[in-house]
Design a protein around this ligand. Structure first.
Ligand code: PMP
Length: 401
């Protein structure tokens, strides 16, 4: 018996599909600006030196491969939360931060959606920025949470539509779930300023909304892990009971190791125990317990003053190379007398830049110049380097002329 003859072909993933198209292209000068992974100055994937050292240390320890607890490796969870919230964070000191290791940032978001779907007392609706990382939508819809949008991107200025964002957050009912990108918003590369975050904190508090922070790029935006954690830390200081989804994919280059955390600020140590007992009930049927190796790598680095310092330098180096590419791309576009205003390339932050070009222009770049990016005109700045930036700038310039 064939059980599966009626299974329809699904659509390709909008982001990973770009890499498939790139791989099929045989042109030697092809450029992949689709995928959100760091590339070094020669376009190669990069394993951090601090990670290689941590690998050596772990290898020498000859640790076993026993199962982790459902909520993960305790030392990792502790150090990772301190990195996100700061060692002196009140919820940590008062024992009222509920944390579980997660299967990277995606897994953290999935725990969040599962927990909210089961236990949130307000309306089961999450508000996402428009636009946002594509995967946010099914992560919430798959557990029956309704997805709505708030305005975020202003096409005209290729900047933040802060007025629109505030209007939408004010208009929407009370006690909703508002997803915020902690820094280096994906896909736009546009973040609120610290002053704007303060306003947003007040606004969310006034409307009793729940702030759900997705922090996939701590350190990657500015090169400074403290500065990049400004928004969630400020919200916590102001008394928000935030939820935070933390990923080590980008800032430690641990993509496939799937290391991350899910955390919730709650009101007391007693409440933390109750909440965690329910978090365990979300995780157990999903995958029982998380993978160990990535968590051990992170704990080794964050737990060693020497490796920690080295890692901070490496994050800064990655962020600085991207910032340098932004500057160069902007200068080239201006030199080439490219029509339009390109200042946003420099002011945007993090892995991505939202170029503002149309879907037709994106297609033309793939067809005629072998340059690949997502349909929305988002480019991964990390895909640019000294060898291909001139070619990319010329191709982009041609495409918009
Ligand atoms: N959130 C955002 C905004 C992202 O860009 C990403 C990675 N592309 C993630 C979460 C999750 O990544 P991962 O599961 O690899 O940690």
């Amino acid at each position: 018996t064939n059980f599966w003859s009626t299974v329809p072909q699904g659509p390709p993933d909008p982001i990973l599909g770009v890499t498939d198209a790139f791989k099929k292209d045989k042109a030697p000068n092809k450029v992949n600006l689709g995928v959100g992974a760091y590339r070094d100055e020669n376009g190669k994937p990069y394993v951090l030196e601090s990670v290689l050292k941590a690998e050596d240390i772990l290898h020498q320890k000859k640790l076993d491969k026993e199962y982790l607890p459902i909520t993960g490796e305790a030392e990792f969870v502790k150090l990772a939360s301190e990195l996100a919230y700061g060692k002196n964070s009140k919820p940590i000191q008062e024992g009222r931060l509920a944390v579980a290791q997660s299967v990277s940032g995606t897994g953290a978001l999935r725990i969040a959606s599962g927990f909210l779907s089961a236990h949130y007392n307000g309306p089961k609706t999450v508000y996402l920025p428009d636009p946002t990382w594509g995967n946010h939508v099914p992560i919430f819809e798959n557990v029956g949470i309704k997805v709505q949008r708030y305005r975020y991107f202003d096409k005209k200025t290729v900047g933040l539509d802060f007025i629109g964002m505030k209007e939408d957050i004010k208009l929407i009912a009370f006690a909703l779930q508002i997803l915020l990108h902690a820094c280096a918003q994906n896909p736009t590369g546009i973040d609120p300023t610290q002053e704007q975050w303060k306003e947003l904190s007040e606004l969310l508090q006034a409307k009793k909304h729940l702030a759900l922070f997705d922090m996939a790029y701590q350190g990657f935006a500015s090169g400074d892990i403290i500065r990049d954690a400004y928004a969630p830390r400020y919200f916590v200081e102001q008394g928000h009971q935030i939820i935070l989804c933390q990923s080590f994919a980008k800032n430690l280059g641990l993509y496939a190791e799937r290391a991350g955390t899910f955390s919730m600020v709650v009101s007391s140590a007693e409440e933390k125990e109750r909440v965690l007992s329910q978090v365990k009930r979300i995780i157990r049927p999903l995958y029982s317990s998380p993978p160990i190796h990535g968590a051990q790598l992170v704990a080794t680095i964050l737990g060693s003053p020497e490796l920690y310092e080295q890692w901070l330098g490496e994050v800064k180096k990655m962020a600085d190379r991207i910032i340098d590419m932004r500057e160069k791309l902007y200068n080239l576009l201006v030199e080439l007398k490219t029509p339009g205003e390109w200042g946003h390339i420099k002011s945007q932050i993090g892995m991505f830049s939202f170029t503002g070009i149309s879907a037709e222009q994106v297609q033309a770049l793939a067809d005629h110049a072998h340059v690949y990016m997502t349909k929305d005109g988002r480019i991964s700045m990390a895909g640019l380097n000294e060898h291909n930036i001139q070619y990319f700038a010329e191709s982009l310039s041609k495409a918009v002329k």
